[in-house]
Design a protein around this ligand. Structure first.
Ligand code: HEC
Ligand code: HEC
Length: 260
């Protein structure tokens, strides 16, 4: 008869060991959060959708004058999952241990090798999600409060436009969260860095002629697509620039021959 009580105990124990469900809409609590760069008025949202071993994460940082979004998915049953972060491929290993989700991510960012280690813990009352993040350069502790599911509308609703969010955007007709990617494309298209057009720390300033000229170029490029290609996105900065500041007017060897 002894075997029965043992079995009865074993079943609840096994159930108790099932991993927490982190699904929900979460918003960082600025007072309880400790980050290298304090959050201030920035709204920091995470939307987690967990189903079996797969955990999908959408992130939204909403400042008065900036916005950033990202998406990632992790599979705790796979040896590794890859995600794109700011145009770079990052490899993550996600594992559960004692109710805590660990996500170790490695890859390259702006030419540097980076390792990010995160530990996600759900409070016993399911109302608080704490993410401890070690970037190798510093440690952040982000305390998220559970929001009603209806708050997912911050992710699914119409996005704020760059012109309405940034201080001095006049030509670009894109959602605010896409501005960063557009700027990355400019640097790649011309083979330059941000400071070619911008004064460091004063991105809204029109001090540099290159930036003012770039605005004319945005207008021209948009005009070509509008007028010639019926509004389809066919011509970009890269089409002419090909990684150069000054596009070639004829093949390089011809230009060379003509100057001799
Ligand atoms: C080729 C020139 C050029 C390069 C290179 C460039 N930008 Fe810009 N940037 C612009 C122009 C032009 C605008 C304004 C666009 C408009 O008025 O529609 C702008 C606007 C911005 C703004 C909005 C600032 C505000 O509040 O008004 C930010 C932020 C920004 N750029 C960041 C960057 C970053 C970061 C990089 C490097 C990754 C970069 N830019 C590279 C030309 C450039
Ligand atoms: C149809 C071709 C074409 C497209 C498309 C184009 N450009 Fe240009 N761009 C040029 C040419 C040609 C020059 C050189 C002008 C000169 O030499 O005076 C130039 C010059 C520039 C310069 C000044 C470079 C310097 O060294 O002074 C900037 C900045 C620039 N372009 C930004 C952009 C951006 C940003 C885009 C996309 C929004 C873009 N261009 C799209 C043809 C193009």
């Amino acid at each position: 008869m002894r075997i029965f009580p043992a079995l009865l105990i074993a079943v609840p124990l096994a159930l108790g060991q099932s991993n927490p469900d982190l699904s929900g809409v979460w918003k960082a609590n600025a007072e309880k959060t400790k980050m290298e760069r304090p959050l201030g008025d920035t709204g920091y949202y995470v939307w987690v959708q967990q189903s079996g071993a797969v955990i999908k994460e959408k992130t939204l940082l909403m400042g008065a004058h900036f916005e950033q979004r990202s998406e990632a998915a992790y599979d705790t049953s796979a040896p590794e999952t890859t995600n794109m972060m700011r145009g770079e491929k990052m490899a993550s290993k996600a594992t559960w241990s004692g109710g805590t989700l660990s996500i170790d991510t490695t890859g390259h960012m702006e030419g540097h090798e980076v390792t990010i280690k995160e530990k996600w813990t759900l409070s016993p009352d399911n109302k608080t999600l704490t993410v401890a993040r070690d970037t190798g350069r510093g440690e952040d502790t982000i305390v998220f409060d559970r929001q009603p599911d209806s708050e997912s509308s911050v992710f699914t609703g119409p996005p704020r436009m760059a012109k309405d969010v940034y201080l001095n955007v006049k030509e670009l007709d894109v959602p605010a969260y896409e501005l960063g990617e557009v700027m990355q494309n400019f640097t790649h298209a011309l083979g330059v860095n941000c400071q070619f057009c911008h004064v460091r720390g004063k991105m809204d300033s029109d001090e540099k002629d290159k930036k003012v000229f770039a605005r004319t170029m945005i207008h021209m490029t948009h005009g070509i697509n509008q007028d010639v290609f019926k509004g389809k996105f066919k011509v970009s900065c890269y089409t002419c620039h090909r990684g150069q500041k000054e596009p070639l007017i004829r093949p390089a060897e011809t230009a060379e021959a003509m100057t001799h």
